[in-house]
Design a protein around this ligand. Structure first.
Ligand SMILES: [Zn+2]
Length: 462
């Protein structure tokens, strides 16, 4: 096992090195969509040097060094690297990290994992031993003690996830302070709440996170707008309780406007409903037993654990669950349109690791839903996966837009995403922290995923 891992690291190291050893890259005659607020600008040359965007300008004015790798951008479009704001890397396992890059995702926010391993994977990415996106890490899911106790009562064969390693029980305000204090010493970027024991514990979690200068984000665990605001939760995943629909519209709008004023980040993960709930049960059954990729081209590239977990999720896909979401969906869409109108920061995330949500690929479907179901312009949808998360995460000085001096996280597209948002999927090349991956290199990343150890064995066992 150790030997296999060593070989695998060497292979990945080569892949990373092959891409990073270039001194500079000149992307010529490309249409730049900088996402700064300015419009698209045609006929540009973008020069990347030492991992950063060194120059942007009309082709005639930007002189590229003789040793620069030239990329012909004629007829192509350049956007900033994309952000996936909701992923679970312990569940996908490390092999998925390459799939994000292949799909133009250069930053992910992990929203609950076994922190020791994701911190290790992040370090491997930083040192170049592994190809993967920049990672922001929540650490373990914060769960109510009640919920963890329920999981402990499940027969072991009915739960494949080693949940005690990725979820921390929080049963009281004292627990909340103790748990956050103990996690605060790690290199975690924020905390993620999923369920809470009671109101006081919820408030204590938020206060403890803030005392350490970190955000508390996660599920909306209260149906009370007043409690949400009083706790000061900084980010909301999967939208708001549909119970808010019973409020008079003006009251609800006032709540959304408060969220906007406080810059609460909303990551609605709409794709979970359309792809993970609304697809027919027969499709899900075919998906988990498919090994040839007939249901989805990425299906053969999922880790062994992910498939075991998805099998379990298919068992949980009851008609009741589907009926609930059929009722909730129009309400959730209405709320999201109101949230948008109120000026709340909406960011793109797909909840990778949920059934039928694929690393990298599903983010593009979330962007399509932002346009087709919420009514965003393609520019606005692109901002939700570039500038908006970069600003919100405090990374705007280095990523999120195409500007001189910024880290070169770029995606070269074969067609204009402002004409049709699904053109974000037509990826010709990705620049990841200054390393160029042309189509053949991106294909090589995908091929390398198929050979990773976690494809053959479940490497996240109890
Ligand atoms: Zn999640």
């Amino acid at each position: 096992m150790i030997r296999r891992f060593a070989l695998f690291t060497v292979a990945l190291g080569c892949l990373a090195a092959c891409a990073t050893r270039q001194t500079s890259i000149a992307i010529r005659n490309v249409t730049v969509i900088p996402m700064t607020g300015a419009g698209a600008s045609a006929g540009q040359t973008v020069l990347v040097r030492d991992g950063r965007i060194a120059e942007i300008g009309p082709a005639a004015e930007v002189g590229a060094p003789a040793d620069a790798i030239a990329v012909d951008g004629t007829g192509k479009f350049l956007i900033p690297g994309l952000f996936e704001m909701h992923a679970h890397t312990s569940k996908t396992r490390a092999s998925a990290l390459g799939l994000y890059v292949e799909h133009g995702v250069t930053t992910i926010r992990d929203q609950g994992s076994e922190h020791a391993e994701v911190l290790r994977w992040r370090q491997e990415i930083r040192t170049g031993a592994r190809v993967g996106p920049r990672m922001l890490i929540a650490g373990p899911y914060l769960e109510s003690l009640r919920n963890i106790e329920r999981m402990r009562r499940d027969p072991p064969e009915e739960r494949v996830e080693p949940f005690e390693r990725a979820r921390v029980p929080v049963g009281s305000p004292n627990d909340a302070r103790r748990v956050i204090d103990s996690l605060a010493g790690l290199e975690l970027d924020h905390f993620k709440v999923r369920t809470v024991q009671d109101r006081e514990t919820y408030f204590a979690l938020a206060a403890a996170a803030h005392a350490h200068g970190k955000r508390l984000v996660g599920h909306v665990v209260t149906a009370s707008p007043a409690d949400f605001l009083q706790a000061g939760q900084d980010g909301a995943e999967h939208g708001f309780p549909i119970a808010l629909d019973s409020l008079p519209r003006e009251e609800r709008m006032a709540f959304w406007r408060q969220l906007a004023a406080r810059d609460v980040g909303v990551v609605p993960t709409m794709v979970v409903v359309t792809e993970s709930v609304f697809r027919p049960l027969e499709y899900f059954r075919a998906l988990v037993s498919d090994t040839a990729g007939t249901t989805h081209p990425l299906r053969p590239y999922l880790s062994r654990f992910m498939i075991l977990d998805w099998r379990e999720q298919v068992e949980e896909a009851t008609p009741q669950r589907r009926e609930y979401f059929q009722r909730a969906w129009p309400i959730a869409l209405q709320h999201l349109r109101e949230i948008r109108d109120a000026g709340v920061r909406i960011m793109a995330g797909s909840d990778v690791a949920v059934l039928n949500i694929f690393p990298g690929a599903s983010l593009h479907e979330e962007l399509r839903l932002f346009v087709d179901s919420v009514g965003m312009t393609p520019m606005e949808a692109l901002a939700s996966a570039t500038r908006k998360p970069a600003e919100w995460l405090g990374l705007a000085d280095s990523v999120g837009t195409i500007e001189m001096g910024k880290v070169a996280d770029l995606v070269l597209l074969d067609a204009n995403p402002l004409d049709d948002i699904t053109n974000t999927r037509r990826i010709a090349a990705v620049v990841l922290r200054g390393a160029l991956f042309q189509r053949k290199d991106l294909d090589a990343i995908r091929a390398s995923v198929a050979t990773m150890p976690d494809q053959r064995v479940n490497d996240w066992v109890r």
